[in-house]
Design a protein around this ligand. Structure first.
Ligand code: FES
Length: 267
């Protein structure tokens, strides 16, 4: 469906692109789900029918404006030509978007203490969960892994934190203190939602180890993680999105995720 760009702004080294769909298209459950963007406008100056594979864009906010759904999408920083094309869209431009697709985060209605775990690049992907939990009378704690190298900071920490409600308890730790803080915070949470930029399986195993450090057990349903890889076809056909499982196999993130129970990703 063609969506219209209604706002575009830099967000650290990334870009926030707000698009509006002409008709209601989905319930506003967006955290962890994805859109697929076709990175060409089809004009005579851009007459390359398959310039790039569709790019995966993830929403960080959803609103209804005069009955029309608006999604704010995080366009990653970097040299990818498709992402650069998206970051250069202007107000009024059209983008061919499929979605929202995939299985997002789900919060149990009984959850009251939500722990969000992320890094300085992917943390905004968890923001839609913040208001959901606060509006329901729950508590939200955010733990961000701090980049020690300023060059690696896609999103400066102060910019990241200034978009959060004051009610959110925020912690930012470098990797040495991160595991211990996660263990302490995880002991009190009743639900954990994770969005990492790395797809290294050991990163998920390390998170699981920290969560288990101060809990007797980590059951299914306690922690969910967003698999960060691209999902170019979105329908299970290309196998470009395979996520390694703790059981030793692989699964397609586009159709079976991209949000998985952490138990499936980490032993
Ligand atoms: S994106 Fe093609 S199989 Fe998942």
């Amino acid at each position: 469906m063609l969506a219209t760009v209604v706002a575009s702004q830099p967000y650290g080294r990334a870009t926030l692109l707000t698009v509006e769909f002409p008709v209601p298209n989905e319930a506003p459950t967006v955290a962890g789900r994805f859109f697929l963007a076709r990175c060409t406008d089809g004009s005579p100056l851009d007459r390359t029918w398959d310039p790039y594979l569709r790019r995966t864009l993830r929403p960080i906010a959803y609103t209804l404006h005069e009955g029309k759904p608006q999604y704010t999408l995080l366009v990653p920083a970097g040299d990818d030509p498709g992402d650069r094309w998206l970051a250069q869209r202007h107000l009024g431009d059209s983008i061919d978007l499929l979605g929202p697709a995939g299985n997002g985060f789900t919060l149990d209605a009984r959850s009251r203490a939500l722990l969000l775990v992320s890094d300085q690049t992917s943390a905004p992907l968890l923001f839609p969960l913040v208001h959901h939990m606060l509006d329901g009378g729950g508590r939200v704690t955010l733990l961000v892994r701090k980049e020690s190298d300023p060059e690696a900071q896609t999103l400066p920490l102060d910019l990241l934190l200034q978009n959060l409600p004051l009610a959110v308890e925020a912690h930012a730790e470098t990797s040495t203190a991160f595991a211990e803080t996660l263990a302490n915070l995880g002991a009190w949470a009743d639900c954990v939602c994770i969005a990492l930029t790395s797809s290294d399986p050991t990163a998920y195993s390390n998170l699981m180890r920290s969560l288990r450090a101060k809990r007797l057990r980590v059951d299914a349903g306690f922690a969910q993680a967003l698999w960060p890889g691209a999902t170019p076809c979105g329908v299970g056909a290309c196998l470009a999105c395979l996520a390694p499982l703790a059981s030793g196999g692989f699964t397609r993130a586009c159709t079976h995720g991209p949000v998985f129970d952490l138990i499936r990703l980490a032993a």
